[in-house]
Design a protein around this ligand. Structure first.
Ligand SMILES: Nc1ncnc2c1ncn2[C@@H]1O[C@H](COP(=O)(O)OP(=O)(O)OP(=O)(O)O)[C@@H](O)[C@H]1O
Length: 492
């Protein structure tokens, strides 16, 4: 029924259709797809051209019934049909994500999901499977939009992070995902590693909103709101004696002070939910053993209880400590680590990102200014970026990462400058305290070896000028002539 050309084209579609949207490969695949057809892209995006071509192919095969096809042929046509259907409904899914984010806990109406399923059923797909795809399509748009929205930044390592998160949710092979794994992902724990404030919590929250949720065709709603799936717990906020109870809950009277029943995070987590265990390096060995049991056997027992309870969600954990060191010192058990590290995802430091792509600062600042002011404001963003480039300066290491940058942006918006964070324990000499932000920045940059000689001379002359106020004095102190001093001072 399908000729050779159509088969070649549909094979390309099958490869490109549900590829990782954050991968570099994706753009190439769309281009190849359009090229297979001899489509002249003009100014059109490859995806649009590819979609148009897929529709033409599907129309040519009309009336289409998957049940009349077998083997590879059926697979190829099916993927093309899914690709087309998914893209027809992308605007509806995107609007649904926005409405659900606004509505919060109650699942909002998603009547169009019936049309999505009907379109697939009309072409011969079994109803149950068609509804499963409604869930997968929604899951794909949520993951895509949230990863793009909550994890800003265009540096290569941010791109890789988004790519890895997508891969963690959908694997590398969408067909296998739909065939075998969509309902089994709870066994795939994730471990996020990266320095403090770099965005591990933000990445975990993206995973936390990305689970598959069943679509109920009868009510025209998804079974749960995705905003309710994420259950975070920061282990460093609790004393050792309370961690177990925060994790697994306790019964009234289980210990002194347990005056009420308490539901822990494992008890609160829904079937498709995600528990986020932040600062997992804080978990004591006895707690690790209990966590290991939940991960292996999927059961836990609240403190003071005898009844086992089942856990059907997924665990995402994070630490900013050196996990190798924790394991070597015996504070982190190997069996626990191996059970958790089905997938280890690295979240890059802000310094790495800025080094790769200095423009990352503009992207993040614009996003943060919008967050603080409630609207985008280019002029304020430019002012903040200029201030931060001046102080703490381009070579500053941002030890507190994105969280520190958020504070710095607020401070600059309030009209002050940001001098950089001084680490607890770092000695601040009296002379450093007396320096202005620009002066401190200059010292830091010299220390970091980040300045060219010409710039160093210029900045030093500017420093002298701010202090002494005349070209003559600058020239005298720097041991150069007045004209050179003036040129340096006016060079910025
Ligand atoms: N790429 C990003 N784009 C926008 N905001 C971000 C990004 N990364 C982090 N943030 C924001 O920075 C702040 C700190 O991030 P987060 O709490 O996720 O860091 P963390 O690595 O979990 O820190 P810790 O190790 O201290 O728990 C949050 O407000 C988060 O939303």
């Amino acid at each position: 029924m399908i000729d050779g050309d159509a088969r070649a084209f549909l094979s390309e579609v099958a490869q490109a259709a549900f590829a990782n949207p954050f991968s570099q490969e994706r753009v190439r695949q769309d281009r190849r797809l359009a090229a297979t057809l001899g489509e002249d892209l003009g100014g059109e995006a490859p995806l649009e051209a590819a979609l148009r071509a897929v529709r033409r192919e599907l129309d040519r095969l009309w009336p289409l019934d998957l049940r009349g096809l077998g083997g590879e042929e059926r697979q190829l046509v099916e993927v093309a049909l899914l690709f087309d259907t998914f893209h027809v409904f992308v605007p509806e899914f995107d609007a649904l994500v926005a409405r659900q984010l606004e509505a919060g806990a109650q699942p909002v109406s998603a009547g169009f999901g019936r049309e999505v399923a009907r379109r697939l059923v009309e072409r011969g797909m079994a109803e149950e499977r068609a509804e499963r795809f409604v869930g997968i399509f929604f899951q794909m748009r949520r993951t895509f939009l949230l990863a793009r929205e909550r994890l800003r930044g265009e540096s290569p390592s941010m791109g890789r992070l988004r790519e890895r998160l997508w891969q963690n949710v959908f694997t590398d092979d969408m067909v296998r995902y739909e065939g075998q794994l969509w309902d089994r992902m709870e066994d795939f724990s994730v471990f996020l590693v990266g320095p403090t404030g770099s965005g591990k919590g933000a990445a975990a929250a993206v995973l936390g909103a990305s689970s598959w949720i069943p679509f109920d065709a009868q009510s025209g709603r998804f079974a749960q709101s995705f905003t309710e799936l994420f259950v975070p717990l920061n282990l460093s906020q609790f004393p050792e004696s309370l961690i177990e109870s925060e994790l697994f809950g306790h019964r009234k009277g289980a210990f002194t002070g347990a005056i009420e029943h308490h539901e822990g995070v494992f008890g609160r987590c829904a079937r498709h939910g995600v528990i986020f265990l932040d600062e997992l390096g804080e978990a004591s060995v006895p707690v690790q053993i209990k966590l290991l049991r939940v991960l292996q056997e999927r059961v836990f027992v609240p403190v003071g209880d005898h009844q086992e309870r089942r856990f059907e969600g997924r665990v995402v954990a994070a630490t900013n400590q050196d996990i190798g060191e924790l394991r070597r010192s015996g504070r982190f058990r190997d069996d626990f680590y191996y059970r958790l590290c089905t997938d280890v995802i690295e979240v890059p430091s802000l310094a790495t990102r800025l080094e790769e792509a200095p423009g990352e600062l503009e992207v993040l600042v614009a996003h943060m200014v919008e967050g603080v002011l409630g609207r985008a404001d280019e002029a304020s963003s430019r002012r903040v970026v200029a201030s931060l480039r001046d102080s703490p300066g381009g070579s500053y290491g941002w030890p507190g990462n994105v969280r520190e940058l958020e504070q710095a942006v607020r401070r600059v918006l309030l009209g002050r400058s940001y001098r950089g964070d001084v680490h607890p324990g770092e000695r601040v000499d009296e002379w450093a305290k007396a320096l202005s932000p620009q002066e401190l920045a200059l010292v830091r940059e010299v220390g970091a070896g980040a300045l060219e000689l010409r710039e160093l001379q210029a900045r030093y002359c500017q420093l002298l000028y701010r202090r002494h106020g005349t070209y003559e004095e600058v020239a005298r102190r720097a041991g150069i002539d007045r004209r050179t001093a003036r040129r340096y001072i006016e060079s910025q």
